[in-house]
Design a binder for this molecule. Structure first.
Ligand code: 3ON
Ligand code: FE
Length: 484
């Protein structure tokens, strides 16, 4: 019985867990070991962020989201590729590397050594700069949603320090790691939209829009009832959309040094999810729509259609709660609710909405063509599990055509494990799926990572090029493409 279920797995849990080994080294080299060919038109740099250290001086961290931010830059020039990785020199990283042990508590359960007494009433969190990296208005920023961004040098990836966007942010102010670039935001010039959450009994959401030079165009602050854990948002030409997961927060175990704040969040299955539609113009009132209970980290996109708003998101039937004391390196995937592609239909006039499952396969890290942000997108690309049902690690890349419902799937199972696929449009093309998908694949048998380039119009023919790195990159979070 046990053997049977083991045999049917597309992965080996121990092999998967090796992708969570720290990568303490910083590299700088031209990638020579390449299968296939890098498209000549692919000219620019893929920047990725994610936790690079899963231990501090040998003390294991409690959750991957608590790991120090490590940036990888893969630069493509005339069919060649160069790899470089650097740690964001956050204050916490510099201090802890010097001390050789954790000096800060993490949001997701990492504690200072010495038991609860060493952690009691110590509420200093470390700005990890580990979630995303984005270039806007001549600033390259490493993002972490709990505090302000770090600015990096685009050539060397040297850390230049905290960046408060010319005084827009207060010291320590949160700044989401999921900004949106509105392709026709300000008089058909692209603009940058991001938010900050100040959680509490009531939570405050501040939203900024910045022009191409990084100067503020609009700013607004809104108070919504209850504690919020909001990782991402969506925009349409007229609205900012926030999905408030049904959660509650009990800070006591955090205060008493027993748990991280992220482990003090409880999912309230009996409460509905609330979607807040905040008008971008400020003339209209905020509207809230309740839908069936569920949990969302990431949104795909949103758009306006006749009298409704469509919001596509990656949903979990229940929050993948972090069991205190459990080891994330040996996650029991069978016990988790799979993350799936959902479509919310929101009727703002009658204040009602519903949700529909678009795709049963477990998936995360959605991407679309950047020109379709806020518009009716046809294609979505995702990291996806190999089996077509149930929860499992991400081993493949999935493309879904929302018009026909058809999917394409490329898998690196049984030994490969994928990261977010970044979509890069083909220069000069207006066709929505004309371009490439680049992902980092952890090749567990070799304990090294590959950079793979797929043709977004035809995933199933397999990678156009597979670049073998000399080392592994621990499982990462988000990245972006910079065409310079
Ligand atoms: O009271 C607040 C509580 C709280 C949770 C205050 C707060 C702002 C400090 C806070 C902090 C939240 C933070 C820092 C959240 C960070 C999240 C993060 C780094 C990553 C989230 C990733 C989400 C997903 C879905 C990752 C999926 C990964 C895989 C499928 C496997 O590779
Ligand atoms: Fe995210």
């Amino acid at each position: 019985m046990q053997l049977e279920s083991h045999r049917s797995l597309s992965y080996d849990l121990h092999q998967w867990s090796q992708g969570y080994q720290s990568q303490p080294h910083e590299y700088d080299y031209w990638i020579e070991d390449i299968e296939g060919e890098i498209p000549l038109e692919l000219d620019g740099t893929l920047l990725r962020n994610g936790p690079g250290l899963l231990d501090i001086g040998g003390y294991p961290i409690a959750h991957p989201f608590d790991g120090d931010g490590m940036i990888s830059a893969i630069a493509f020039r005339q069919g060649r590729a160069h790899y470089r990785n650097r740690y964001v020199q956050t204050q916490g990283y510099v201090e802890e590397q010097k001390a050789g042990k954790p000096l800060y508590r993490g949001v997701f359960g990492t504690q200072k050594p010495g038991g609860w007494l060493a952690n009691l009433f110590n509420l200093r969190l470390k700005n990890l700069a580990n979630t995303h990296i984005i270039d806007w208005g001549d600033r390259l920023l490493a993002l972490w949603e709990g505090a302000e961004p770090h600015r990096l040098d685009p050539q060397t990836l040297d850390t230049l320090g905290l960046d408060r966007l010319d005084g827009l942010l207060k010291p320590g102010q949160a700044f989401s790691a999921h900004p949106k670039i509105d392709p026709c935001g300000d008089r058909s010039q692209p603009c940058f939209v991001n938010f900050s959450i100040q959680p509490g009994l009531n939570s405050k959401i501040t939203i900024w829009e910045l022009n191409l030079k990084g100067k503020p165009l609009r700013q607004s602050t809104h108070e919504i009832p209850g504690f919020c854990f909001i990782h991402d948002f969506a925009i349409t030409p007229q609205y900012y959309l926030f999905l408030q997961n049904p959660v509650s927060f009990n800070p006591l175990p955090f205060l008493f040094g027993l748990r991280g704040p992220g482990e003090c969040i409880d999912f309230d299955r009996q409460n509905p999810t609330q979607v807040w539609a905040i008008p971008r113009s400020g003339n209209e009132s905020i509207k809230m729509i309740e839908i069936d209970s569920g949990f969302v980290f990431h949104h795909v996109n949103a758009f306006e259609e006749e009298n409704q708003i469509i919001l596509d998101s990656i949903g979990y039937e229940s929050f993948p709660e972090v069991e205190p004391g459990s080891d994330f390196r040996y996650t029991n995937f069978n016990q988790l609710a799979p993350s799936q592609l959902w479509r919310f239909r929101l009727d703002l006039t009658h204040r009602r909405g519903n949700r529909q499952l678009l795709e049963p396969r477990c998936c995360e890290f959605p991407q679309i063509h950047p020109q379709w942000v806020g518009k009716c997108h046809r294609y979505v690309y995702l990291g996806a599990a190999h089996p077509n049902q149930g929860s499992a690690p991400l081993q493949g890349i999935l493309k879904r055509d929302n018009q026909s419902g058809e999917t394409q799937f490329w898998s690196s199972a049984p030994h490969g494990f994928v990261s977010e696929p970044v979509f890069i449009p083909k220069p000069g093309s207006e066709v929505e799926d004309r371009g490439w998908l680049i992902s980092v694949v952890y090749e567990s048998q070799k304990h090294r990572s590959d950079i793979i380039i797929l043709d977004a119009q035809n995933l199933e023919k397999g990678p156009l090029a597979q670049l073998h790195l000399q080392h592994h990159i621990p499982y990462g979070l988000h990245g972006s493409w910079v065409s310079k």
